[in-house]
Write a protein that binds this ligand. Structure first.
Ligand code: ADP
Length: 455
């Protein structure tokens, strides 16, 4: 096991990783920007190093400064969390070049899956269903027109290097294709540094269901079942996730798990990762992408499997083999996570900042809160709006829904505007309670077209 790990991240996920380190008896090193001097991760870590100015490019994305911090403190490994440098193959390579273990997959796996059009081709070859579309980035406008005719309309133009729900553009008819393509390419260049885009058939009301993978460095690849992530804001950012997916047929669950393992094996995957699928009303499923990192919503999987994914990421990186088999992993109860963010859903998810005059998180049976907040904390304006993840676990889905409603009611936060009331609205709708939600749900709720209300 490592003696000391540096966490190249901030916010709730840095706190989460520090907690895993402490439970494993590993020393933790926080890094922080000048805007994060008072942050909780800085207070909880054994050591902390300032790595630069508030803007993320000068701090949490500053590879030379982060590697320098690792050297100064003698950290042997770096956990990248999610976002920031977690899916940058060049960072994983830079760590290796300096003799520091990157806690994650190999640079090669990151690179292959980081190109979403190549990932489709890999998944397809591995035997996972993919939607009609192109399996490499479009090379010319003529190719785009020909491919689009084959795929049919409506379709999506997606940035090959995209992520976080960005870089996706819907095209309804051939007339709109080339103008949309040009805009998509220039937006992809600006947002992701690459103009490459590909086409994918559009499914009108899909569910987003993803499978958690855990793979050691000795060839064992296991799945930890699925998460339902269909409650997404209009920008495709997840708001509420749960495990297992409600009312999924057991044979679909098995087939999803098998497909995910095959895709992971196809790239020699190591460490934790997630294979994402879209599922239609008949439970046909299609691979859309792989995230080669820890995900925000990992706690719901931890709740239903009893497996600490972050501790296993560290143990796998330290060379430990996974000591259990697929048949040893079982689903226990139902878990739901709600993301409390400093955003105002009714105002197009405008971000909010401020000083917290009160933060009283919920508690009681079956409630876990992953957060970096404390009363008196000032939320800096530079970073992600995620404030806290409220995770509930109960024997049945019905009890988990009631527990989520109760926990959200109990949550008291003042000094910043949040999406708490909107989460409560979601939790009380008939559709959510029935577990029949698909991805257009939140956009419809925002327009007032959903039944049920907060009692
Ligand atoms: P990102 O890498 O930005 O997360 P994804 O490819 O995972 O992008 O897609 C994000 C979300 O966009 C999905 O969860 C779904 O809501 C929507 N989406 C993606 N592909 C399709 C599709 N082919 N048809 C309909 N919706 C889609």
């Amino acid at each position: 096991m490592f003696r000391k790990i540096l966490i190249a991240n901030r916010g709730e996920i840095a706190v989460r990783v520090i907690r895993a380190c402490k439970e494993l008896g590993v020393q933790s090193v926080a890094v922080y920007s000048e805007a994060d001097r008072d942050a909780l991760h800085v207070q909880l870590a054994d050591e902390a190093v300032c790595i630069g100015a508030p803007s993320s490019t000068e701090s949490y994305l500053n590879i030379p400064h982060i590697l320098m911090a690792a050297h100064i403190t003698g950290a042997e490994a770096i956990h990248p969390g999610y976002g920031y440098l977690s899916e940058r193959a060049s960072f994983a390579e830079a760590c290796a070049a300096q003799g520091i273990k990157f806690i994650g997959p190999t640079p090669d796996a990151i690179r292959q899956m980081g190109d979403k059009s190549l990932a489709r081709a890999i998944a397809h070859r591995a035997g996972a269903p993919v939607l009609p579309g192109t399996e490499r980035a479009l090379q010319s406008e003529d190719e785009a027109v020909a491919a689009a005719r084959g795929v049919g309309f409506p379709l999506l133009i997606k940035a090959a290097a995209g992520g976080g729900g960005r870089g996706i553009r819907r095209v309804m008819s051939e007339d709109d294709l080339l103008p949309a393509l040009r805009i998509a390419q220039s937006e992809a260049q600006a947002a992701f540094g690459s103009p490459e885009v590909y086409l994918e058939k559009y499914i009108p009301e899909p569910r987003h269901i993803e499978v958690q993978i855990l793979a050691d460095e000795h060839g064992k690849v296991l799945h930890l079942f699925e998460r339902e992530c269909s409650i997404q804001n209009p920008r495709h950012q997840k708001m509420v996730e749960e495990a297992p997916a409600p009312s999924l047929r057991p044979e679909t669950r098995r087939a999803l798990g098998d497909a995910a393992v095959k895709v992971a094996q196809a790239v020699g995957y190591q460490n934790a990762g997630t294979i994402e699928f879209l599922v239609d009303a008949d439970e046909n499923f299609y691979f859309i992408e792989m995230n080669t990192r820890l995900q925000v919503e990992h706690p719901v999987t931890e709740a239903i499997t009893g497996i600490d994914i972050v501790q296993w990421q560290i143990r796998i990186a330290a060379g430990e083999p996974l000591p259990f088999e697929q048949g040893d992993i079982a689903i226990s109860g139902h878990a739901i996570e709600a993301r409390l963010t400093a955003e105002i859903p009714e105002q197009d998810f405008t971000p909010s900042t401020g000083r917290l005059s009160e933060w009283t998180p919920p508690g009681g049976p079956g409630v876990r809160v992953d957060s970096h907040l404390y009363t008196g904390y000032s939320i800096p304006p530079y970073y992600d709006p995620l404030l806290a993840k409220i995770i509930v676990h109960a024997p049945t889905r019905e009890q988990a829904v009631a527990r989520l409603q109760r926990a959200l009611h109990e949550t008291r936060i003042a000094g910043v505007q949040t999406c708490r009331d909107f989460l409560l609205r979601i939790a009380h709708t008939d559709e959510f309670r029935a577990g029949t939600v698909s991805t257009p749900f939140v956009p419809r709720l925002l327009k007032g077209g959903v039944a049920g209300g907060v009692r």
